[in-house]
Ligand binder design. Sequence first.
Ligand SMILES: [Zn+2]
Length: 292
Amino acid sequence: MKQDSTEEIDKITDEEKRRAKRRAMIRRKRKRQTYLARFLVFMIAILTLGGIFVAARHVVRVRTGDMTVLQTPVDTTIREILIPKKRVYICPEVIPALIRPNEYSRPGEELVQIKNIFVHYTANPGTSALQNRDYFDGLSESHITSASAHFIIGTEGEILQCLPMDEIAYAVKGRNYDSVSIECCYIDENGEFTEATRQSLVELCAYLIGKYDLTEYDLMRHYDEGGKLCPKYYVEHADEWKRLVNDVGAYISHNGTTSQPEEMTDSQIIETDAKTEEPMAETEETPAEPED
Ligand SMILES: [Zn+2]
């Protein structure tokens, strides 16, 4: 009888030991889970703070107008959310020099929308803006090729407008119906623009960006659409192209305003040419999307 009860006690003790072991295990497991949860919360907090810090840095850079670093589209998005968009309402001086309607350089087809501004070089060192304008115009007689651009900027910085803004140019294969093209003259064989040409280009692009609700990231080299070596210098010196884009952004942030000034001289840019509003004679053959 005594032995029986001893066995009974031993059994209970074993049972309790097992229970105690199980409880200890559960406690350890819970502890581990708590530590893991705390660690996760800590990591999330670190990542969130890091994200806020990075975003804040972008905003500060945008607000202070620090344009030393090319802004990313993320910067642009943050800027658009936080700061009303600045536009340059002052148009640089533009000389009207429309070319004659003809199927080789001015087909009179509607430019439906403007998504990008393409920058070109004339591939003809030392020629003037007027000479290049006359070349485009003369294609109506010479029929050498199909080519044109909306604007030509000369080496003195003069800007000639060859086409109204509602007509396509023959400038970038595949993009003629949704972009504007600017040709730039140059002197040096390496294709670098003169300071005057570059400055007029910056001012014209800044104005067009505001007018057509674009950003400086919508500026493109002809090269960016099809790989043509145009504009030569800015294809061979990608860093100089970035600097140019950056300068346009800086020009907008320094000279742009968030609302149109009350007193403003009319833009000299020709939107539409009244003369072409009368129906043009249908041409039987339309050149197949030439470039320049
Ligand atoms: Zn080109």
